[in-house]
Design a protein around this ligand. Structure first.
Ligand SMILES: NC(=O)C1=CN([C@@H]2O[C@H](COP(=O)(O)OP(=O)(O)OC[C@H]3O[C@@H](n4cnc5c(N)ncnc54)[C@H](OP(=O)(O)O)[C@@H]3O)[C@@H](O)[C@H]2O)C=CC1
Ligand SMILES: O=CCCC(=O)O
Length: 340
């Protein structure tokens, strides 16, 4: 693992729009390794930081991530299927292009934060997709949560153009995205990983390089499978406590002080007790991740009965119209079940 350095230092190190006196020596020391960049050349080459950054997909996660790049002084060009979501970023100084292909063609490196495997594929490889604008010297970094096979297909299409590919799904939700505190789980081209590291460190607090394409996706799915199961177990506990006459708010407090304490329980618990689910991580995406994690487990004949049961609850919640609520709304599926 390598840790991100101070964001201001990182931004000042390579973002061309910052005043020269803010630029310290371009050597970034990380937890386990260090390397240096050559910066501010108009041409990209192997050891230079790419200067023109594209961002495709401006949903709950993509918008604050792109915003942090802009605020750090980076030269950012955005695209989103629903154009209106580009407007706040354009107001902050971003450029706009009307297709992923045009973003990719005008940028050195392009990030993509899409909903699911289907949208990640169409934006990367569809008509006017990013691959059409790719060429040698450019890079494509997919930070969406997808499965390994999808990531490998995108890798194939991007690298066929001579460009480089990195998968880099993130741990951390809306608030960490806003605060530049995401955790990047990267895999793929190592040289691209090193080139984009300063950008990852603006958007995140740490990054892992995990080797071949597919490993980042697998890591993300394992983590989210655990998270999805934890949430359903937590929901069961809250409802059981209420049924036996305990105050579920006190359960949240007790948990927060013990060995099973987790930020997620303290963060979501108080709202869940009030049947409120302000969306940070949409339930439909959590169910997608459970489904993809189950597919991953199936591919290696690993038994995952807890995740399979949790997945069923997310499916029930979706069928009750909770797709766009926060994934903590899965508790409603248990309320429905208990009433039946
Ligand atoms: N929210 C969270 O806490 C986290 C989410 N993730 C993952 O990050 C990814 C994005 O999540 P999030 O930002 O929450 O999701 P949102 O649903 O808020 O945003 C999804 C984005 O994908 C775009 N999109 C969807 N379908 C298509 C399509 N067919 N063609 C083109 N664009 C499309 C949307 O465009 P449009 O605006 O036009 O709908 C939007 O930009 C997901 O893979 C999710 O699992 C990872 C970590 C945390
Ligand atoms: O994919 C979503 C992850 C949410 C989180 O890590 O808090």
């Amino acid at each position: 693992m390598v840790r991100g350095a101070n964001h201001t230092l990182m931004a000042a190190t390579f973002c061309p729009s910052l005043p020269q006196h803010f630029k310290p020596t371009p050597i970034i020391k990380f937890h386990k390794s260090s390397f240096s960049f050559k910066v501010f050349s108009s041409q990209s080459s192997k050891d230079e930081v790419p200067t023109r950054v594209g961002f495709l997909g401006l949903g709950i996660m993509g918008s604050p991530m792109a915003q942090n790049l802009i605020k750090a002084g980076c030269d950012v060009t955005v695209w989103n299927r629903t154009k209106s979501k580009c407007d706040p970023l354009i107001d902050l100084g971003a450029k706009y292009k009307p297709s992923p292909a045009e973003v990719a063609a005008s940028c050195d490196v392009t990030f993509a934060m899409l909903a699911d495997p289907e949208s990640a594929m169409v934006v990367a490889c569809g008509e006017d997709g990013a691959a059409s604008g790719m060429s040698p010297g450019k890079g494509y970094v997919d930070v969406s949560t997808v499965d390994g096979p999808t990531s490998k297909l995108i890798n194939g299409q991007i690298t066929e153009t001579g460009a480089l590919f990195l998968e880099a799904p993130v741990s951390g939700s809306k608030k960490p995205a806003e605060d530049g505190q995401l955790i990047f789980l990267t895999a793929g081209d190592k040289s691209l990983y090193e080139k984009v590291a300063p950008y990852l460190d603006i958007m995140g607090k740490s990054r892992f390089y995990l080797g071949d394409v597919g490993n980042g996706a697998a890591m993300k799915l394992v983590v989210n499978m655990i998270m999805g199961s934890m949430m359903t177990s937590f929901a069961e506990g809250l409802l059981l406590s209420e049924k036996v006459g305990l105050d579920p708010s006190v359960v949240v407090e007790v948990i927060s002080q013990g060995a099973i304490s987790a930020p997620m329980f303290s963060l979501k618990g108080p709202a869940m007790v009030q049947s409120k689910y302000p969306t940070a991580f949409p339930l439909k995406h959590q169910q997608k991740d459970m489904r993809l994690a189950l597919g991953l487990a199936e591919s290696v004949s690993q038994s995952t009965p807890i995740a399979a049961a949790a997945n069923e609850l997310y499916k029930v919640a979706k069928s009750h119209g909770l797709s766009d609520s926060d994934f903590s709304a899965v508790i409603e599926a248990l309320k429905v079940k208990l009433k039946d």
